[in-house]
Design a protein around this ligand. Structure first.
Ligand code: GLP
Length: 240
């Protein structure tokens, strides 16, 4: 794992966006893995700036998002589908048919997950963007004694429900389940992985990536088996 430690959130976001820009400009039909949360918002903002400056073209790009709440309608402003439209998709020139996000309104989640994995495997992901939960979760792969390998429906832990409650108003129900790419879906199908993290709250999770131990109670540690992982984080996440 390669660490790049930045002064602050802005520098982290710029460095992450530059990695994406370089990839897209050298491979205009590349496949991107994308994440939601507060962490990637700055990265997406920079990508939109590059697009507006005519420095980047998304028309040949295919995307796969990591996760979505379940059940969740696409047009719900709390959905990850909505988040991606608001922060990136509607602001640049992706082709709609090239965007893939787990379907939070499917009646048959098992079948959906199987097909999502098959599609990811057939495309392959050139660069997978990941955030990280305070408890070390990736997507919605939550701490457990055993992790599920492929895309699956999962129950969220109290810590994640708590962390995500900031996005919901008191009278809205915070989802307790989600569809998430599995750790093996991510590791097996991504050529390169970019994990971004900022703030003291992420320090414990980032600290667990510095040694050579793998622990399913900290799902992000599984990424250590992947040969090409870059972690771009700010000083607070790195040093605490
Ligand atoms: C959610 C998402 C994760 C994300 C994490 C951290 O649980 N499912 O993919 O990495 O939150 O979010 P944030 O970037 O807001 O700290």
């Amino acid at each position: 794992m390669k660490f790049i430690v930045c002064e602050n959130y802005d520098e982290m976001s710029t460095k992450a966006a530059e990695m994406y820009k370089n990839l897209i400009n050298s491979k205009p039909d590349c496949v991107l893995g994308l994440a939601t949360g507060d962490t990637p918002k700055g990265t997406y903002k920079k990508l939109v700036e590059y697009y507006n400056a005519g420095e980047i073209d998304f028309s040949g790009i295919t995307t796969f998002n990591l996760d979505e709440y379940y059940p969740m309608k696409k047009d719900n402003p709390q959905s990850y589908n909505w988040f991606m439209n608001e922060n990136l998709f509607s602001l640049v020139n992706f082709k709609k048919e090239n965007i893939n996000i787990p379907d939070g309104s499917t009646d048959n989640p098992e079948e959906f997950c199987e097909n999502y994995d098959k599609k990811i495997e057939s495309y392959g992901i050139d660069l997978m963007l990941l955030g990280i939960g305070k408890n070390g979760h990736i997507g919605f792969n939550e701490p457990d004694d055993q992790l599920i390998t492929g895309t699956h429906v999962t129950q969220l832990t109290e810590s994640t429900i708590d962390a995500n409650s900031r996005f919901f108003s008191a009278d809205e129900q915070i989802p307790t389940s989600a569809i998430s790419m599995g750790m093996v879906s991510i590791i097996k199908n991504s050529r390169s992985i970019l994990l971004i993290a900022n703030g003291k709250g992420k320090h414990d999770a980032i600290e667990s990536l510095k040694d050579n131990k793998i622990n399913p109670q900290i799902p992000a540690t599984l990424l250590k088996v992947h040969p090409d992982v870059t972690i771009i984080c700010d000083k607070e996440a790195y040093f605490g």
